[in-house]
Design a protein around this ligand. Structure first.
Ligand SMILES: Cc1cc2nc3c(=O)[nH]c(=O)nc-3n(C[C@H](O)[C@H](O)[C@H](O)COP(=O)(O)OP(=O)(O)OC[C@H]3O[C@@H](n4cnc5c(N)ncnc54)[C@H](O)[C@@H]3O)c2cc1C
Ligand SMILES: *[C@@H]1O[C@H](CO)[C@@H](O)[C@H](O)[C@H]1NC(C)=O
Ligand SMILES: *[C@@H]1O[C@H](CO)[C@@H](O)[C@H](O)[C@H]1NC(C)=O
Ligand SMILES: *[C@@H]1O[C@H](CO)[C@@H](O)[C@H](O)[C@H]1NC(C)=O
Ligand SMILES: *[C@@H]1O[C@H](CO)[C@@H](O)[C@H](O)[C@H]1NC(C)=O
Ligand SMILES: *[C@@H]1O[C@H](CO)[C@@H](O)[C@H](O)[C@H]1NC(C)=O
Ligand SMILES: *[C@@H]1O[C@H](CO)[C@@H](O)[C@H](O)[C@H]1NC(C)=O
Ligand SMILES: *[C@@H]1O[C@H](CO)[C@@H](O)[C@H](O)[C@H]1NC(C)=O
Ligand SMILES: *[C@@H]1O[C@H](CO)[C@@H](O)[C@H](O)[C@H]1NC(C)=O
Ligand SMILES: *[C@@H]1O[C@H](CO)[C@@H](O)[C@H](O)[C@H]1NC(C)=O
Ligand SMILES: *[C@@H]1O[C@H](CO)[C@@H](O)[C@H](O)[C@H]1NC(C)=O
Ligand SMILES: *[C@@H]1O[C@H](CO)[C@@H](O)[C@H](O)[C@H]1NC(C)=O
Length: 503
């Protein structure tokens, strides 16, 4: 318990405690094994403990972005109950052992690599989804993935606001925001959480909501990865009102400016933008279609073809190279039609994803053309030929409807309708490729900010780990100060220090 005493002294001075450094030299594997072996006898029968000598070990360490992101683990504990999470965290706390929760394993920030010889707390067995008695909320397990929850709710004609890729967890995106097709109607994923059960750094379980521990609840919604492990949470559930209509359009590169100026018109009030309309795209190479990268653009609407037609018309008038129309697409099929399903490229694993997001108030033609040119050049390199630039723009009515002060989320996240992100996937982990990928991300980011004076904002879940605190958590001084104060109160030893940490 030495760290507790030292940290208490620091706290008295009003300073934030140093990172959660092990009190025991945990490199002495013998001591770790004794601690975990004792813990194991208290865990639920369904819990599983894995050591590096297990045959499954390598697969338990695979992430979306491994091997680039590869936290250092000494043991994996697959928890199967809330009590398992509490016991594991309390044991880690009492013995000064670092730990990290894993749900979808798709977090891509390099700060995850700072975990030293830690305990992986694998949340996947906590994957239940139930619609609550009155039908207006659902309770979701802390380790649930989107495809599990979406399908469980769909079976009861319900939907909730989650992220977009089936392979990603619900809670991971939610705690940093949660962008999705439903945000125009209902706000970000985090705007839809009603309450959470949270295991704190010392193993104490607390409830967080607008009425219980409201300050922790505030912090969870925007900086949640810094505060605790969520074992289950309640979100708003909505009746499914309609199927979707989706146009998947591909434009040659010469149409880039025209399409994005059209998007500006939808965003700035020149054209009507209903909350049920989604517009989003990628710059991507599709070799059989064109020698140059193309603009793949999706225009979707939760409604019939006739309801969609007026919004699709100006996009069709720009004469895409190819047009695919899907009508009567249900909420589960929507993931496949928009290539966010389990088989999509985005959901591949062990694929060194590298990217960093840019939030913008509007598209600037020079900026996007410059970014395109850099993209076109870099993707000639076969290592980077599968790269994309995401051009996300899902609608903001539901997001604007929420007071930016009511959650920890950076105000810029609620202000900017456009999120554009250079992303590279590459195989392996050699230093040259990694450096080239990082350099490309930096160049595209710089280009996207041409003609934009606003201070940079990056969505915390699209961060690479080298962004400033302000870039991720907001430029309002009071907001970061408030988060730091709450961090002192709720995680004084900074046990949650590995995901774009506040401290
Ligand atoms: C293919 C892909 C698609 C994406 N799509 C979207 C999208 O549509 N919308 C969007 O907003 N973002 C999206 N993102 C970004 C996404 O929000 C982050 O990558 C997020 O961190 C992934 O969470 P995870 O649980 O899958 O990853 P993990 O690496 O398992 O977790 C990420 C962080 O959350 C912590 N964590 C995990 N479970 C818990 C828990 N129960 N309680 C507390 N902390 C926990 C982990 O410790 C880690 O620090 C996408 C990312 C990828 C790779
Ligand atoms: C063994 O684990 C239990 C439950 O976490 C704990 O109460 C006890 O102190 C531990 N014993 C030792 C010797 O660490
Ligand atoms: C693997 O390591 C653990 C912990 O050291 C040990 O208890 C177990 O017997 C080992 N298993 C094998 C198959 O060697
Ligand atoms: C890959 O490289 C990163 C950055 O240098 C490093 O942190 C990580 O541990 C490496 N992965 C493996 C599996 O060695
Ligand atoms: C939870 O995971 C298990 C094991 O993968 C799976 O069989 C089950 O269907 C999942 N539950 C839900 C609700 O998706
Ligand atoms: C809206 O965007 C279009 C396209 O960029 C631009 O021409 C127009 O001036 C903008 N209108 C307003 C009111 O900002
Ligand atoms: C769709 O619109 C067309 C043309 O306006 C009309 O003829 C048709 O009846 C409409 N279909 C439905 C299902 O409303
Ligand atoms: C969408 O349309 C394409 C082209 O018509 C078709 O191949 C595909 O099966 C459709 N997808 C769904 C889910 O209906
Ligand atoms: C083109 O890409 C290569 C890497 O493939 C890079 O070295 C070069 O600087 C790039 N040129 C421009 C103009 O961006
Ligand atoms: C948000 O809170 C800050 C700090 O208390 C305050 O200055 C600002 O006016 C508030 N903004 C709104 C929209 O209430
Ligand atoms: C993950 O990728 C690395 C480097 O490309 C490779 O060495 C390793 O075998 C892969 N692991 C799995 C389980 O595919
Ligand atoms: C656990 O941490 C919380 C938040 O810092 C604190 O309020 C509580 O008193 C701690 N519990 C114990 C048993 O130390």
């Amino acid at each position: 318990m030495r760290h507790v005493l030292v940290s208490a002294a620091l706290l008295l001075q009003g300073a934030l405690a140093f990172p959660f450094t092990p009190a025991h030299p945990i490199a002495r594997a013998e001591s770790l094994r004794q601690i975990v072996s004792n813990l194991t006898s208290y865990l639920s029968p369904e819990a599983e403990v894995h050591y590096p000598n297990d045959t499954e070990w390598a697969s338990l360490l695979i992430r979306g972005s491994s091997p680039r992101v590869y936290p250092d683990y000494s043991v994996v504990i697959e928890v199967a109950s809330e009590a398992d999470v509490q016991l594991t965290v309390q044991t880690a706390y009492d013995n000064g052992l670092p730990f990290l929760a894993i749900s979808g394993a798709h977090g891509w920030t390099e700060t995850l690599n700072r975990l030293p010889y830690g305990i992986q707390i694998r949340m996947r067995k906590l994957n239940t989804t139930t619609v609550d008695a009155d039908g207006t909320t659902a309770t979701i397990g802390g380790g649930s993935l989107q495809w599990e929850t979406t399908r469980a709710l769909f079976a009861e004609n319900k939907q909730a606001v989650t992220g977009l890729c089936e392979c990603v967890s619900i809670i991971g995106p939610l705690m940093g925001g949660g962008h999705s097709f439903l945000q125009g109607q209902h706000g970000f994923s985090l705007d839809n959480i009603v309450s959470a059960r949270v295991v704190l750094a010392n193993g104490t379980l607390v409830e967080a909501s607008n009425t219980e521990n409201p300050d922790l609840f505030w912090a969870l919604r925007g900086a949640g990865h810094n505060f605790g492990i969520v074992t289950s949470f309640v979100v708003k559930a909505y009746d499914i009102a309609s199927d979707w209509t989706v146009y998947s359009l591909i434009y040659t590169q010469d149409k880039l400016e025209q399409v994005l100026e059209l998007v500006n018109q939808f965003e700035n009030g020149t054209l009507d933008r209903p909350a049920k309309l989604i517009t989003t795209g990628t710059l991507v190479r599709i070799p059989p279609l064109s020698d140059d990268p193309v603009l793949a653009y999706t225009v979707g609407y939760e409604g019939t073809l006739n309801e969609t037609a007026p919004y699709a018309a100006p996009f069709l008038a720009l004469e895409p190279l190819s047009t695919q129309l899907n009508t009567s697409v249900d909420f589960v099929e929507l993931y496949t039609v928009t290539q966010n399903n389990l088989d999509a490229q985005a959901c591949t694993r062990n694929n060194s994803i590298t990217g960093s997001g840019v939030s913008l108030p509007s598209w600037k033609p020079t900026a996007i053309r410059t970014a395109y040119n850099i993209f076109a050049n870099y993707t000639l390199d076969p290592r980077f030929s599968a790269a994309v630039i995401l051009l996300e723009n899902y609608g903001m009515d539901g997001v604007y409807a929420v007071d930016p002060n009511s959650t920890a989320l950076a105000a810029d996240e609620r202000k900017n309708p456009i999120m554009t992100t250079p992303i590279i996937w590459y195989v392996g982990n050699d230093t040259d490729t990694r450096a080239a990928a990082l350099s490309w991300v930096g160049k595209v980011k710089d280009a996207l900010y041409i003609d934009d004076e606003s201070p940079r904002h990056t969505y915390v879940n699209y961060a690479i780990g080298s962004e400033s605190l302000q870039e991720l958590y907001g430029w309002e001084e009071w907001r970061v100060a408030k988060l730091e104060g709450l961090k002192r109160a709720w995680d004084p030893y900074n046990a949650f220090a590995y995901y774009n940490p506040l401290v």
